[in-house]
Design a protein around this ligand. Structure first.
Ligand code: AR6
Length: 310
């Protein structure tokens, strides 16, 4: 969605709005401001006179008059003063406030110049980093609000600085994609092993997500709970299979699981009739709690003979 071109911002076609790197009087000046006022015509100055100026980091909007776009967003970049006078934040504010104003005015395509890096002397590499990362973050926080964000950069050196930052963002995205892909493959492979561990277990295993929805039952669970519907229980709430007292306890355990990644197992019940211990166990994706299951441990002596194969 972020694009870069080298050129003159007053000549850009098929764009809803362009951004002007103005000064706080909003009454025109040199650089890109001068070029925009010249190209838009003197009516722009008449409208700007009514705006009462603009503070550094803020933005105001006007019509575009003779320019090919529909609107102009005027923002005032910080004058570079060594870097310790809040220049970075004020520059980021210019981009954020321009984009906010654009959304309020249904602007979906917008072109920026390199704010502050001309007459206001902000170092280009530092400005490019702030500009590109601020806009990228804003677009992520406001998905679907823009169709195109373009920088029109006057000279080759400035364009190269911005290109470096855009490349970095794309590289990070690729990296995130490839990590996700390889993790998915790992999970598919591991899932086969985990599935056989669970499926041969002679105790019932019922796995629930955090909404208490039963998402998996092993063959023993289907057999054990046949009386209550067996496989039909899949998709139903585990809470519906318990009385109010047990429901409260289940909810409490889940809250305890949530408070620490070290909280993973609770002894919940001794079933005398079946002579078994029951535990609730947390299920996690890395550290994130994603569900839970009930673990049944029978105390009965094993009845199967050793190596009962022949
Ligand atoms: N199209 C695109 N970029 C341009 C154009 C153009 N037509 N003309 C210049 N640039 P500057 P600032 C580039 O000085 O640093 C004004 O007097 C330029 O090469 O326009 O924020 C205002 O009234 C540079 O890379 O803006 C303020 O007083 C970038 O635009 C003061 O200058 C910004 O340079 C603002 O200074």
């Amino acid at each position: 969605m972020i694009e870069l071109v080298q050129g003159d911002i007053t000549k850009v076609e098929q764009i809803d709005a362009i951004v002007n790197a103005a000064n706080s009087s909003l009454l025109g000046g040199g650089g890109v401001d001068g070029a925009i006022h010249r190209a838009a015509g003197e009516e722009l100055l008449f409208e700007c006179r009514l705006l009462g100026g603009c503070k550094t980091g803020q933005a105001k909007i006007t019509k575009a008059y003779k320019l090919p776009c529909k609107r102009i967003i005027h923002t005032v970049g910080p004058v570079w003063n060594g870097g310790s006078h809040n220049e970075d934040q004020l520059l980021a504010d210019c981009y954020i406030n321009s984009l906010k104003l654009a959304i309020e005015n249904q602007i979906r395509t917008i072109a920026f110049p390199s704010i502050s890096t001309g007459i206001y002397s902000f170092p280009v590499a530092r400005a490019a980093k702030i500009a590109v990362h601020t806009v990228d973050q804003f677009l992520k926080e406001h998905p679907g609000c823009f169709d195109r964000v373009l920088w029109v950069l006057f000279d080759k050196n400035t364009k190269e600085s911005y290109q470096k930052e855009v490349d970095l963002i794309e590289k990070n995205l690729d990296l995130a994609d490839s990590v996700t892909e390889s993790r998915q493959t790992d999970l598919q492979v591991f899932a086969c092993f985990f599935q056989s561990v669970i499926e041969q277990d002679r105790s019932a295993v019922v796995i629930c997500n955090l909404e208490h929805e039963i998402i998996y039952m092993n063959p023993s669970a289907i057999e054990n709970y046949r009386k209550w519907g067996g496989r039909e229980l899949l998709g139903q709430s585990l809470l519906n299979c318990h009385n109010q007292q047990s429901r409260d306890k289940i909810e409490k355990v889940i809250e305890w699981f949530k408070t620490s990644k070290e909280h993973n197992m609770v002894y919940t019940f001794y079933n005398q009739k079946q002579n078994k211990d029951v535990y609730m166990v947390a299920l996690r994706d890395q550290d994130r709690l994603i569900g839970y299951y009930e673990k049944h441990e029978y105390r009965n002596a094993e009845t199967m003979k050793f190596y009962d194969l022949w």
